[in-house]
Design a protein around this ligand. Structure first.
Ligand code: FE2
Length: 196
């Protein structure tokens, strides 16, 4: 990680479509089901889906700004609609390597939740609807979940440049809660595979 602030930094101008979140000038990072199939609770459903199609679950834009505490990393995140079994499409989710760093997400389009949990055992789910911002407090792992049947969930995010990403903790332990469809509505239930 580069921790020495450069004295001269080029200003960055980037386009994002305010509905789709997509950029014409940057390439997205894409996460297909095969990259995260083991994160879903219903492993039979994940395997069955993979034999049909390795669907694009989400993509996001990383602007590559310097990793210093004075910089602000930002981009858009697009989670596509779909389910694996009863569980809605979601991002992998992560803690920040520097736990004491927060993040802000602004919902551009779609419908869903930001699921959050901290190492002390608290969890929260904040609703995403267009025009609403969700502040992810420092110390909270965070995952976007799309609960629409048809629309992508699109958010713009920004966080301190030195935060870093810890994906491994969630890959190993999972989140305490899952978001599943129950009687046609989203419901948060205990994750039976969660590891303390
Ligand atoms: Fe983050």
């Amino acid at each position: 990680m580069n921790t020495t602030p450069a004295t001269t930094v080029e200003a960055v101008v980037t386009d994002f479509n305010v509905v789709t979140g997509l950029s014409k000038s940057k390439a997205p990072l894409q996460r297909r089901l095969s990259a995260m199939a083991e994160m879903y609770a219903d492993q039979e459903a994940a395997t069955a889906q993979l034999t049909k199609e390795d669907v694009l679950v989400y993509e996001f834009f990383d602007m590559g700004v310097p990793s210093t505490s004075g910089d602000v990393a930002y981009g858009t995140s697009i989670t596509y609609p779909g389910k694996v079994g009863d569980e809605y499409h979601m991002t992998k989710g992560h803690f920040h390597e520097v736990l004491d760093t927060a993040e802000i997400y602004y919902c551009l389009s779609g419908r869903g939740y930001m699921l959050m949990e901290n190492p002390e055992g608290d969890w929260q789910a904040a609703e995403f609807t267009p025009g609403q911002a969700v502040y992810v407090p420092r110390r909270y792992a965070h995952r976007s979940i799309n609960v629409s049947d048809t629309e992508p969930l699109v958010t713009f995010f920004a966080f301190p440049g030195h935060a870093g990403h810890d994906y491994g903790t969630i890959e190993t332990k999972g989140f305490r809660k899952l978001c599943v469809e129950s009687d046609g509505k989203p419901e948060f239930i205990d994750n039976p595979r969660w590891q303390a």
